[in-house]
Design a protein around this ligand. Sequence first.
Ligand code: CP3
Length: 344
Amino acid sequence: MFDRFLRACRREKTDVTPVWFMRQAGRYMAEYRALREKHTLLEICKTPELALEVTLQPLRLGVDAAILFADILLPLEPMGAPFSFEKGEGPVIHAPVRDRADIDRMRVFEPEEGLGYVLEAIRLIRRELDGKTPLIGFAGAPFTMASYLVEGGKSSDYFRTKQLMWGDPASFSLLMSKISEVVRRYLHAQVEAGAQAVQLFDSWIGALSPEDYRTHVAPHVKNILQSIETTGVPVIHFGTNTSTLLEAQRDCGGTVIGVDWRLPLGEAWKRIGYDHAIQGNLDPLLLCAPPDVAAARARAVLAEAAGRPGHIFNLGHGIVPQTPVDHVKALVDVIHAYRHEGAA
Ligand code: CP3
């Protein structure tokens, strides 16, 4: 049903719980791997027709929303920090940003100029999907993006990012402000191009204490979210490892709060408050477990939501490449077959 996902974002009643998955397009799908034999990840992202093709691939699984195929790191290149995806290593930033001079050089650009190919992909996807499946746009949140810029790639402890944050808070704040303004303009441009909801990925925010989150991150995230919420389009504010940050995260904004599996969904929702919708929160590795085990755990997540309007079923983080496609399809069917006790 076309509006199940958007209705749930607005906490309206739906026939069944809507479901989509982070990383629902990707290496676990044979048709994605086939395309990747001919094109790099960045080529797919930068060619609107290919981005359209990959965005549509997972829809055959029966999910209730499409997510634009792109990557949170794309804005780094027009900001002045080109990167590549290296096999087995993930993203590598060619010249990491580590001091004031590097930060001063970072550019705040107009989305149509720097990321016009993403906006064109959104327009193509909307033309293709209209009246069928809603389209989610997205961007990375400033801390998660800053961590790649400063570390130069993935990191387990965010050593350099934290040293910059504590050692030169003014420069860190300038970097966060520049990224935030890029992200704010980019999300507005995505909404104008046709995104019907947007998700802000603050995937690595759980590395911070509540105090550091409130001091060094929250004001920037708040600026972005409050600005995007004026469009009226639902905003999903997602993070992982947020058990100690949930209230602070919610206070920054978001129509929907995305939570991972480390907290029971019912407990997370109670803390966030029932005036927000919630998204989550099955452990993505359960999609590699026997389907009956995954189904039981998925029903437990649904039971945690207790039939309250405003739950969007998702994983707590992205689908991993080892996942069997059949398991994903089976999970979608489990979610759509579920009826809350006492519901009509
Ligand atoms: O969810 C979706 O289906 C939309 C597409 C999407 C991708 N990346 C495509 C992608 C989205 C929403 C992202 C977000 C993203 N990218 C995040 C935040 C979400 C998260 O996972 O926490 C982050 C941190 C990135 C940065 C990134 N991109 C990393 C660290 C990697 C390498 C790790 C890996 O899995 O290889 C990527 C590559 C990437 N982005 C792939 C996909 C499908 C891998 C597939 C490939 O190499 O073809």
